[in-house]
Design a protein around this ligand. Structure first.
Ligand code: GLC
Length: 476
């Protein structure tokens, strides 16, 4: 009989034991899934990753002791980022955003939003009305030469896409407010003023660092002269996500992104955010953009870093920077424990050939089934991969995903703990995090994780709408 999922969870073995089993290979197979069901299906072949691979993956396992240490280091970093005296040296910058309140469901109006944070960017038209919203959006690519070109080229390209979109949507003649989600480290000086601190995620456009990106966008729109747009808020994608989830569930207090980059934002008291200088519009709170992707850039994470992380860092476009991002997200898959066989060397070890999306696809197959993996191997030109090869590859992916989920869980658990006074495409990330955070925070703390769909785009409209609401209330 196949046991119920709930029973399986409690019978599941600690990961350390699963990863390096000493007995009964069948029971231990499947880092995530119900090993018992697999055994019950009578699958009796050799289903373990080979000893060399298991050995190489050992250092990717983070026990709770390490994760708790990580929570402490994370909190210490957050405090240093928030305090005036230590902010300049702090690696986790904890930038106050100029967002002081979460949505309360009364926000209304038509807004444009721009969502720039990776190789694609989106332009959106959003209409909010009470509990409902309507959204139209279009994705545009940012070609590599623009990612590495000049700032002016980048903003001209964005303004061009924006113009195309508003014309297609027949709103070019309306002066709509626009929220700009710009998912890079920004030092905000106001709701419409954000200075780029450094580029991340493969961008390196000249003459943008140190400048106000809202002004650069305004100037590009003006250079075109064919559309009228008022940029009325700039925000980070974590802020957008928090706003978007808070709109659906008013209890939400933390926004988290795990994607090309990783970062979080949370609601802090204005008195604790020592860099915050604006007028309190009544909430006494302010959203803090942690920029935790830089966590570890001062060596504070070295106790969890591995040779693979060093390799990713060394070959990244900004070596020594964004160490948490590299450790917690996709890139390390590409340099994970190598498969030794000669023909894999070329196909899998060649930098950039093994995409992050492959991992989600591989782990979406049930345990012991390798349909997606077989296709991926074919795509990589590995026509003769054996079942043992599939088992090894999946095992490596699972170890890296699990580590990533656990790292992010430790960061979230640290934030959740102070309050006591995913991945969308990855099939198991959410469950791994729920399980791990439960282990790491005090049992009296209740929490939930909700998936944000279209968070950063809709969040931009919400930031603009909430600001409008607060201004209106302040005037009356
Ligand atoms: C990078 C950016 C940060 C963003 C995160 C997620 O870490 O610096 O601003 O929130 O990626 O997209």
């Amino acid at each position: 009989m196949i046991p119920k999922q709930r029973d399986l969870v409690s019978r599941r073995l600690p990961f350390e034991e699963q990863a390096v089993p000493s007995v009964d290979p069948v029971r231990y197979f499947g880092v995530y899934d119900d090993v018992v069901r697999f055994a019950d299906m009578g699958y009796k072949r050799h289903v373990q990753a080979t000893p060399l691979i298991r050995d190489k993956c050992r250092e990717l396992i983070l026990d709770n002791e390490k994760l708790k240490k990580l929570m402490e280091v994370c909190l210490d970093n957050v405090h240093r980022g928030l305090k005036k005296d230590t902010h300049a040296q702090a690696v986790v910058k904890c930038f106050p955003t100029y967002v002081q309140a979460l949505p309360d469901g009364t926000e209304v109006g038509k807004f444009l939003a721009l969502d720039l944070g990776g190789t694609n960017f989106r332009v959106l038209l959003i209409e909010l009305s009470g509990e409902h919203f309507e959204m139209k959006s279009k994705i545009f690519a940012i070609p590599q030469h623009i990612m590495l070109g000049s700032g002016e080229q980048l903003f001209d390209h964005i303004a061009e896409c924006l113009a195309i979109f508003v014309k297609e949507e027949h709103v070019a003649d309306q002066k709509l407010p626009l929220g700009f989600t710009f998912s890079f480290p920004l030092e905000q000086r106001g709701l419409t003023k954000g200075i780029l601190v450094s580029w991340t995620k493969g961008f390196k456009c000249s003459n943008v660092v140190g400048n106000d990106v809202v002004q650069m966008l305004d100037e590009a729109i003006e250079r075109r002269g064919d559309v009228q747009i008022e940029v009325c808020a700039i925000l980070n994608d974590t802020t957008g996500t928090l706003m978007s989830c808070a709109w659906k569930n008013h209890q939400t207090r933390i926004g988290l992104i795990v994607g090309t980059g990783s970062n979080a934002c949370y609601v802090e008291k204005q008195e604790n955010a020592e860099l915050w200088q604006d007028v309190d519009m009544g909430s006494g709170k302010v959203l803090i953009n942690l920029e935790w992707g830089a966590f570890g850039d001062d060596g504070g994470l070295d106790f969890v870093r591995t040779e693979y992380d060093e390799d990713v860092d060394k070959n990244s476009i900004n070596p020594g920077k964004q160490k948490t991002r590299q450790t917690g997200t996709g890139e390390v898959y590409q340099r994970g424990p190598a498969l030794r066989r000669q023909r894999f060397r070329h196909a899998v070890r060649e930098r950039g050939r093994f995409y992050t999306k492959y991992v989600s696809e591989i782990e979406s197959d049930p345990p012991g089934v390798f349909n997606n993996l077989r296709e991926i191997c074919e795509e990589l030109g590995l026509k003769h991969a054996t079942e043992q090869d599939y088992i090894n590859i999946r095992f490596i992916c699972e170890c890296i995903s699990r580590r990533s989920a656990h790292l992010v869980s430790a960061g979230l658990a640290a934030l959740i703990s102070t309050r006591s006074g995913r991945r969308r495409f990855h099939p198991h990330f959410h469950n791994l995090m729920m399980e791990k955070i439960k282990e790491l925070v005090h049992p009296s703390i209740e929490f939930d994780l909700m998936l944000s769909e279209d968070g950063s785009g809709r969040g931009a409209a919400l930031v603009a709408a909430v600001a409008a609401r607060l201004q209106k209330t302040a005037r009356t």
